[in-house]
Design a protein around this ligand. Structure first.
Ligand code: UDP
Ligand code: MG
Length: 319
């Protein structure tokens, strides 16, 4: 039987210090032992160091059909993965993983086995949750689960296998503010999971700062759910339900019955409390609405998702 073809998608940003070692010493030996026709897609996400030269000097270029997509500047990992999926040709599946050595290549064969058994999406779950943003990521998953976003699995990584049918659907997304994981989950295909132990970064430094991650978390929250809007609607209902009887109580107790309890409410106090509370509420709901409007604004501009530097890319076949 002819070997099935599988793409390996690797986003790379300033990984000069370790990418060659990863490609030659980790990825290549693993892939060579597996009975598939592997096709590498390496997205050089506007690296400012020698990442591109390191990729081109790696021996994988000769061993596997390799496509290099080189962006004109740094567009971010999420966009890199989208570009890689667009240019993944017609391979039967795509496996995406980081090239900093943190995603264990040994899991690739397990993913393929699940895929052979019919899985459309195989997602790696981080056993150790080896992230320096433990609290932040916990909070993020909690928030996402509280919202109506479909089945986000805690510890689910970007390390995934997607069947071609999933990639085809994914490539139909047109939005710019995109979190790959969230969009894949949104497609609704059943997922299978494998547990992996993420490794320490082999070299270099992670480029996702806390600030960048927080922005990403906020973005995905806003782009994946309308719960904040609904939530503040509930807060509004709650406040009305509380303030109405309280207001009626003051009205009846003080002004109709003549203050039999001797509470002596000052009208100014009651009013100013009520007003400042409502102003706060309006401000919060307004800022949430503004967030949504900012997203609409970003989408309305409809800029190209990425720009490829064709002089540095190779093997690109239309997408
Ligand atoms: N990456 C990218 N573009 C970026 C930032 C990162 O393509 O703007 C790549 C990076 O080279 C690595 C992967 O995305 O292969 C994960 O990045 P990193 O290790 O910095 O993040 P973390 O491991 O903290 O998720
Ligand atoms: Mg990393």
């Amino acid at each position: 039987m002819a070997k099935r073809s599988v793409s390996i998608l690797l986003p790379a940003y300033n990984e000069a210090s370790g990418i060659k070692h990863f490609l030659d010493q980790e990825l290549s030996p693993t892939l060579k032992n597996l009975p598939y026709n592997f096709n590498l897609i390496i997205v050089n996400d506007g690296s400012t160091d020698d990442t591109l030269a390191e990729i081109k000097s790696s021996s994988v270029i000769k061993q596997f059909q390799t496509t290099i997509i080189s962006f004109t500047k740094n567009f971010g990992k999420e966009i890199s993965m989208s570009a890689g999926l667009k240019y993944s040709g017609k391979t039967a599946a795509v496996i995406m993983l980081d090239c900093d050595g943190q995603h264990p290549v040994s899991a690739i064969s397990k993913m393929l086995a699940k895929w052979e058994n019919g899985a459309k999406i195989v997602t790696a779950i981080d056993l150790h949750k080896r992230t320096k943003h433990k609290l932040g990521s916990k909070l993020f998953y909690k928030m996402m689960r509280l919202t109506n976003s479909p089945g986000i699995h805690e510890g689910a990584m970007d390390f995934r296998l997607l069947d071609r049918s999933v990639v085809t659907e994914f490539n139909r997304f047109t939005e710019h503010n995109r979190i790959t994981r969230g969009l894949i989950d949104w497609l609704g295909f059943p997922q299978e999971y494998i547990k992996v132990s993420t490794l320490k970064r082999a070299s270099g430094t992670p480029t996702y700062s806390t600030k960048k991650l927080a922005a990403l978390a906020l973005d995905s929250f806003v782009s994946m759910s309308t719960t904040p809007l609904i939530f503040f609607g509930y807060v509004g209902i709650f406040i009305t339900l509380v303030s109405l009887p309280l207001g009626l109580f003051i009205l009846i107790e003080q002004y109709i019955l003549g203050d039999p309890l001797g509470l002596d409410w000052s009208g100014a106090v009651a009013m100013s409390l009520l007003i400042s509370f409502l102003v706060g509420l309006v401000l919060i709901s307004q800022s949430i609405t503004a967030l949504y409007i900012s997203h609409i604004h970003a989408e309305a501009k409809n800029r190209p998702l990425y720009v490829i530097d064709h002089s540095k890319s190779s093997n690109l076949k239309g997408a």
